[in-house]
Design a protein around this ligand. Structure first.
Ligand code: SAH
Length: 248
């Protein structure tokens, strides 16, 4: 898979590409990452990449011409443009993108990018959430990381498919996990996890997932097909916590 990242700040990627899941994907040649310094496509002696907004407004806008110069002489993969006003990125979308052979990412900086770049070159406009960052470097890194997890670099493939937001997670958030020691600072690993009764362990984990999703993500919770047992779990949870915290 080829990933092109078109950025004004190529140095940003020096450390994240040398380690972790992206580093592994690069080492194992599962991903061919191409960090493009868009400054090289700037205009004039000063390699100008941005300009004032027509109609007035604060800040500078990245110009169309730097992208035109780049795309006139380079192949374009499936092209994503990052903007807080794009469609929110989901695990489903990441999985879909991980099957593409070539992805090109357009990153904004300053106040954003001349709209004509989106119109001409973007196949999709992606937002990573309802907040505004100073540039597209972190969103692009985030996407490259999430895509790399599907490129067969993780030891245990199952760990990808059972994660929160994956199909095998039944749409629920992941249950809490523990490792050794069995007890520390007066906190014990739940007993059911210490014995190999897989049916009981599965039931316990489902219950923890149900409660966590109920507590943290009512939007996801409202879409789950609940079993009678799930409803009981929530009921017991509410009863237990009623006195401690009324605002669940
Ligand atoms: N004026 C713009 C914000 C520009 S932020 C607006 O109000 O919509 C500068 C750049 O950072 C954007 O062009 C985009 O590439 C990136 N960026 C900031 N927040 C982002 C988010 N939530 N998702 C994706 N990209 C984001």
């Amino acid at each position: 898979m080829i990933i092109d990242i078109l950025t004004l700040f190529p140095k940003f990627y020096e450390s994240p590409t040398s380690m972790g899941v992206i580093g592994m994907a690069l080492n194992e040649k599962k991903i061919d990452l191409n960090i493009v310094d868009m400054r090289l496509y700037g205009d004039g002696n000063y390699k100008k990449c941005d300009d004032y907004t027509y109609g007035g407004g604060p800040g500078m806008i990245m110009t169309y011409s730097i992208f035109k110069k780049y795309f006139d002489s380079n192949n374009r993969g499936y092209t994503l443009l990052f903007s807080p006003s794009g469609k929110i990125l989901t695990q489903k979308k990441i999985k879909e993108l991980s099957n593409k052979e070539h992805i090109t990412m357009i990153l904004g900086h300053y106040e954003g990018i001349d709209y004509r770049v989106e119109k001409k070159y973007a196949d999709e406009v992606i937002s990573i959430g309802d907040y505004v960052l100073s540039g597209g470097e972190i969103p692009a890194l985030l996407l490259a990381d999430a895509v790399s997890r599907y490129k067969g670099v993780l030891n245990n493939k199952e760990s990808v498919t059972s994660d929160t937001f994956e199909e095998n997670s039944n749409g629920l958030l992941e249950y809490e996990q523990y490792t050794r020691p069995e007890e520390i600072d007066n906190m014990k690993v739940p007993e059911v996890l210490l014995f190999g009764n897989h049916k009981k362990i599965d039931e316990y984990r489902r219950e923890r997932s149900i409660i966590k999703t109920f507590k943290n993500r009512k939007d996801i919770f409202s879409k789950i097909d609940l079993t009678k047992k799930d409803i009981e779990s929530i009921f017991n949870y509410l009863k237990k916590h009623d006195n401690e915290n009324n605002s669940i």
